[in-house]
Design a protein around this ligand. Structure first.
Ligand code: ADP
Ligand code: ZN
Length: 730
């Protein structure tokens, strides 16, 4: 842990949360909080924002007020804090008079130093006077982008926060958001009147998420493919409309999946039932509309499926960000169709008219959707594309965690020629027809529409006769997504040519198209658990957690997160002291649950003859935590590599997993550009990989892995490719 923070704070974090290491930005954010300096902290979902305002509140004198947009989110945080032995209260419209009075008493007596307040309550005169009298000197604003029109989730009640300064003249204001576009950031600072704020922007990459985009075909069976790779794990399925949510939930239930619906058309009661079923783990899957997903959360979400297009990259980042908040590998699959894009545009237009939304705002909304569609149709690494969107660089040549880099997709041979055929057909039908008709002409179909217009005598008729319709459709929309073709607005969209189309037809520009390598057999390359964590013990511990959760009626993750259980299953502590060393075990949790878990672990280890009390890793996460700077673990690996330490040595000293270490080494090679890598990968192996890479390119690892008869592991391939890239750059 960095030493600049007062010991009192670090001890409080260790005692209550059981965290022994802070992520770099957390340290900076807490330093600003303790100094009473305004701040704007931008971290992706799962980046650990809540600790940044919760922990300082315990050691700084006075009261910290937290503003949050949803009652469910506030309740969740207050309950979670209680589990860690911290008294916090919330003030919102759902409280009974008794509850309200109890909360007020706790604030007045100074028994609590954290009050969660809804924005409309905060600006209420009686409330803010009460809070002021109780010594409110810091205001933390969660989901601060809700204040901005430019954000993707504007909430009118957040506008009232512009008057915060008036109400709390001496207090420091700390804004937190996961939305990083410059415009929104500037707007937040202006709206909240932040004074000389410390602006902290974290790394937007979420290395533990594997992203995939599939062309939408049979949605239900595509969803089931994903569910079947994640049996008994938690996930979210996003749909476009309420009716899609209901139909999808029904279909999944009929197939015996434990799914619950969640959308704005349900009664509050029904919605609460779904919410509770998902958070107490009696349901695995929640099916929600993209317009209404915010109140649902659980730290061990292992997959997020978009069965329709997200509204923007920001939405996508936030919605997929719900996966893997505990840092364990998780999967995000988007089933993309341009028809959804058109439908969503119409929905937006309709609601804009109804709500009198200014035309420029509607235009901005549509543009965000266009950018999303382009992402989905793109053929570059998904991690890179996302990180670039948020204005950051991505320096790994291969992420090892997206459909493009994992080799789920292959480049279509002679893509430019194929594109030229499609574009010529659009030109031949005089840019007056939709995708279906153009595809029919290209495939030489004999429809009434074709015969009546004489399109069966066009030179492009039947030019792509051998191609299946869905495949061809996919290519057409990849072209639209890349701007090589455009689709008109309105109810009957037609395909039109763009300047890029002409450049392609004239052979001045080439095109890249991708196809699925093996559609439904693609499997995530990483298991959910860290390699050395015992999966059976993990399951046993999950059951134990569930029993306790039911007994206490709390969500299981409030007892221990999956990351902590996974670490138990790896380290297998048998004494309270050893258990206390695992990240996520604070004093109160040890007291409440220590015995039961210790007993179960000891029995399991004895029966199976497993070693116990191994050394815990610094943070119970399988992948490096998000941070803009180099993490301590990485610095250590880098230093060892620089000394020429062998991989086994570094593994032993750092306790990292092999995959993470390969990541570190690849990054080290790119940064330091060492002369040789032969002491990490034998020369003969390097040569084989280099020869294969020359033929197959360095974009994807899988083709190389296959070309070398699966004899060279992915880690070594990765390291050699990094070396080749580092030479290129010289
Ligand atoms: P955000 O609010 O940014 O979406 P959270 O505050 O919910 O993120 O944190 C995400 C997860 O990371 C939680 O499970 C939390 O317990 C965990 N976490 C946060 N900080 C640390 C830390 N320093 N060490 C280990 N785990 C952490
Ligand atoms: Zn990638």
């Amino acid at each position: 842990m960095r030493s600049e923070l007062p010991q009192e704070l670090l001890s409080a974090i260790a005692r209550h949360w059981g965290f022994r290491e802070l992520r770099p930005l957390q340290t900076d954010a807490m330093r600003a909080a303790l100094a009473g300096r305004d701040s704007l902290v931008v971290l992706p979902t799962g980046g650990g924002k809540s600790l940044c305002y919760q922990a300082p509140a315990l050691v700084r004198g006075g009261l910290t007020v937290v503003v949050s947009p949803l009652i469910a989110l506030m309740k969740d945080q207050v309950d979670g804090l209680a589990r860690n032995g911290i008294a916090a209260v919330r003030l919102d419209s759902s409280l009974t008079t008794d509850q309200w009075n109890t909360a007020i008493a706790a604030i007045r007596s100074g028994e609590t130093r954290l009050a969660f307040v809804s924005p409309e309550r905060l600006v209420n005169t009686a409330t803010h006077q009460l809070l002021l009298a109780a010594g409110a000197n810091a205001i933390a604003i969660d989901e601060a982008h809700c204040i901005s029109h430019w954000g993707h989730d504007f909430r009118p009640e957040y506008r009232m926060l512009a008057r915060l300064r008036e109400f709390f003249p001496g207090a420091a204001v700390h804004a937190f958001t996961a939305t990083a576009t410059e415009q929104v950031r500037t707007d937040i600072a202006a709206q909240l009147n932040l004074y000389d704020p410390e602006i902290l922007v974290g790394n937007f990459d979420r290395p533990n998420l594997t992203y995939r985009v599939l062309p939408q075909t049979d949605v239900i069976s595509q969803i089931r493919d994903v569910l079947d790779r994640h049996r008994n794990e938690a996930g979210i399925v996003y749909c476009l409309r309420r009716a899609d949510v209901d139909a999808t939930t029904d279909a999944l239930r009929r197939a015996n999946y434990k799914a619950v619906p969640y959308h704005a058309g349900m009664s509050t009661e029904d919605r609460k039932r779904s919410h509770d079923a998902f958070s107490d783990e009696s349901a695995d899957i929640v099916v929600a509309t993209i317009a209404f997903g915010m109140g649902i959360d659980r730290s061990n979400v292992r997959f997020v499926i978009h069965a329709c297009v997200p509204q923007s990259i920001e939405h996508y980042q936030q919605e997929t960000g719900r996966a893997g908040r505990d840092g364990l590998p998780s999967e995000c699959v988007l089933m993309f169709s341009l028809a959804d894009v058109m439908a969503l545009k119409r929905i937006k237009e309709k609601s804009a008219t109804e709500a009198n939304v200014p035309p420029e705002q509607l235009q901005a909304t549509k543009q965000q959707l266009e950018i999303m569609a382009r992402y989905a149709s793109g053929a570059v690494c998904r991690h890179r594309a996302l990180v670039n969107h948020f204005g950051q660089n991505y320096d790994k040549p291969n992420c090892g965690a997206c459909d493009i880099c994992l080799g789920d997709t292959e480049d279509v041979p002679e893509a430019t020629l194929l594109a030229q055929k499609i574009l010529s057909c659009v030109a031949r039908v005089k840019e007056g027809f939709g995708a279906n008709h153009v595809i029919d002409v290209l495939r030489g179909a004999s429809t009434e529409a074709i015969r009546s217009r004489g399109h069966d005598s066009l030179s492009t008729y039947g030019l792509l006769r051998t191609m299946e319709k869905p495949e061809l459709r996919d290519y057409v929309f990849q072209l639209v997504g890349q701007g090589a073709l455009s689709q008109s607005e309105g109810q009957y969209p037609v395909l039109q040519l763009t300047p890029t189309s002409w450049a392609i037809m004239k052979g001045q520009q080439t095109v890249k198209l991708i196809q699925r390598a093996t559609p439904s057999t693609a499997r995530p390359e990483k298991g959910t658990l860290p390699a050395d964590s015992d999966p059976e013990l993990f399951e046993v511990l999950r059951q134990l957690r569930r029993q306790n959760a039911i007994r206490l009626s709390v969500p299981p993750y409030q007892i221990f997160t999956d990351a902590t259980l996974a670490e138990f299953a790896r380290v297998r502590p048998t004494t309270p002291d050893r258990m206390r060393l695992v990240s996520g075990v604070g004093d109160v949790k040890l007291r409440d649950f220590g015995d039961a878990f210790l007993k179960t672990i000891a029995n399991f280890a004895r029966e199976r003859g497993l070693a116990t009390d191994l050394n815990p890793s610094r943070e119970a996460r399988s992948s490096s935590p998000p941070s803009a700077k180099i993490s301590a673990a990485k610095q250590m690996s880098f230093a060892l590599f620089r000394d020429g330490a062998a991989i086994e040595d570094v593994l032993h000293r750092t306790k990292l997993t092999r995959a993470t270490l390969a990541d570190h080494l690849a990054e080290f090679i790119l940064r330091d550009k060492p002369e040789s890598i032969f002491h990490w990968v034998p020369e003969a192996v390097c040569e084989r990989v280099a020869a294969a890479a020359e033929q197959l390119g360095t974009g994807r690892l899988k083709p190389i892995f296959l070309a070398l008869n699966e004899e060279v592991d992915y880690e070594s391939i990765r390291i050699v490719i990094a070396f080749l890239e580092s030479r290129k750059a010289l």
